[in-house]
Design a protein around this ligand. Structure first.
Ligand code: ADP
Ligand code: MG
Length: 240
């Protein structure tokens, strides 16, 4: 579903991704861990064209995003992304936030978009919040709305960039359990996370990134149980 080959990304003279290769199969959940500044967010952003790739290839379901003919909106509706900060529109209700993309990008009629949105809200445990404004919600609820908003585009792949890092600890569990449900339903996902328990439980594979490269990649049990790389060991000794 995702094939990344020798991906390099520079900002001016600074090379942030220094040759990343990565494959994600359909229905696979890959968790990415690693220190701040290692390029995790930049990598995710290259997977849905929020960043332009400097060199290398990024294929999504066989389509090469580095091809100048790709339709950016179409790629972004196939590859959903959820950020640390939820980025909901404050002047729109929850339902309007969720239906905006389907209406504007996919040209779906308002009524039909709303009919599709309500079950998604129920799925993230917010069936009674359709008509409220984001400001009245907790951080965890906002993040679940953001997940429903992404799902409304009917993506093939979901990318999560530290989806629980901005949340109070007691709100993390509800968001993680929504992501776990998606995993169980077979959504293909890449999750950048500091929640090592989640990565261990839900990840089919864990990637440790450091300084713009994949330092180590393995099953969760191997990475967390007996990592090969000294940098992985050092990182885990700080966060576990
Ligand atoms: P992580 O998500 O692992 O913390 P990032 O991908 O956010 O890492 O950042 C990796 C490096 O790239 C950092 O040094 C960051 O300052 C730099 N960087 C990220 N985005 C930009 C940008 N738009 N312009 C310049 N430098 C950037
Ligand atoms: Mg980041």
């Amino acid at each position: 579903m995702i094939n990344v080959k020798d991906l390099h990304k520079s900002f001016d003279a600074t090379e942030v991704l220094r040759g990343i290769s990565l494959n994600v199969k359909e229905k696979e959940v890959v968790c990415i861990i690693g220190p701040s500044g290692s390029g995790k967010s930049t990598l995710l952003r290259c997977l849905n064209l929020l960043e332009e790739v400097t060199s290398g290839d990024v294929l999504i379901a066989g389509e090469n995003l580095t091809d100048s003919r790709v339709n950016i909106n179409e790629v972004r509706s196939r590859v959903g992304m959820v950020f640390q900060h939820f980025n909901l529109f404050p002047h729109m209700t929850v339902l309007e936030n969720i239906t905006l993309g389907p209406k504007k990008i996919k040209g779906i009629k308002k009524r039909e978009a709303e009919d599709a949105a309500l079950p998604l809200l129920a799925k993230v445990g917010l069936g009674d919040k359709a008509n409220v404004y984001p400001d009245s919600l907790s951080g965890g609820q906002k993040q679940r709305v953001a997940i429903a908003r992404s799902l409304a585009m009917n993506p093939q792949i979901m990318l999560f960039d530290e989806p629980t890092s901005a949340l109070d600890p007691e709100l993390v569990g509800d968001v993680l359990s929504v992501i776990k449900d998606l995993a169980r339903e077979g959504m293909t996902m890449v999750v950048v996370t500091h929640e090592m328990g989640f990565a261990r439980e839900v990840g089919d594979r864990v990637i440790f990134m450091d300084e713009g490269i994949v330092m180590e990649e393995n099953t969760p049990d191997k990475i967390f149980g007996e990592p090969d790389n000294s940098r992985t060991k050092e990182f885990l000794s700080k966060v576990l």
